[in-house]
Write a protein that binds this ligand. Structure first.
Ligand SMILES: [Zn+2]
Ligand SMILES: [Zn+2]
Length: 210
């Protein structure tokens, strides 16, 4: 059984998820949003080593803590991103558009592919490509734990914005219909911003999907 510690970090209150396997003491950070030092401290409190960073997408508010996590973790964790978001990553996730600058951030070490399986301890996570909010947005689905980390694709009562460079509204709706609403209703959705929801609640109530 994995433990999921949500941390709300950075200038636009982004959810970073510290996911740990108490058995092997290894941990993944999904979207190390901001304040990497703080994420490392939190992992230490649980006795976990951060071995991997999985990025849903490369917006600045989801990658701003990478430099700090890498500095505080030995050996350096892997950094996994979909290649279609590499240009955005190289442009500091669009930080300049919001009048911000990020600390120098190490390059991704792994390129994510649709259908790829990532593992943490004994748990498998399926990578699903969900373009629309950004071209290389992916979500991470753990069927055994009935949980999906969905970044900025879908929120409790909302959907990701598509007005930033690389955004595509039709692609976003298609991603939600084919990659998220096809999952069982009880699947927990842990988004990049705001509170937790489920596939069933969004299928029924999300005003952008009716
Ligand atoms: Zn975003
Ligand atoms: Zn975001």
């Amino acid at each position: 059984m994995l433990e999921i510690i949500p941390l709300v970090l950075g200038p636009v209150a982004t959810n970073a998820y510290l996911v740990g396997d108490p058995k092997s003491h290894s941990a993944v950070v999904i979207d190390p949003a901001w304040d990497g030092e703080l994420i490392v401290e939190e992992a230490k409190r649980y006795g976990w080593n951060i071995e991997q960073l999985w990025l849903t997408h490369a917006h600045f508010d989801h990658i701003g803590g990478i430099a700090g996590v890498v500095k505080g973790s030995h050996p350096s964790p892997k950094i996994a991103l979909h290649p279609a978001d590499l240009p955005l990553y190289s442009a500091q996730g669009g930080a300049a558009l919001f009048g911000m600058r990020l600390e120098a951030t190490p390059e991704p070490t792994d390129r994510l592919k649709h259908g790829q399986i990532l593992t943490l301890g004994e748990q498998a996570f399926e990578v699903r490509h969900c373009p629309g909010h950004t071209p290389g947005h992916v979500v991470f689905y753990c069927a055994a734990q009935k949980v999906m980390f969905c970044g900025d694709v879908i929120f409790w009562g909302g959907i990701g914005r598509t007005d930033l460079p690389g955004g595509d509204y039709d692609a976003l709706i298609r991603s939600i219909q084919t990659q998220i609403l096809t999952l069982p209703n009880e699947t927990r959705l842990l988004s990049g911003h705001g509170g937790e929801t489920t596939v069933g609640v969004e299928r029924r109530d999300n005003p952008f999907l009716s």
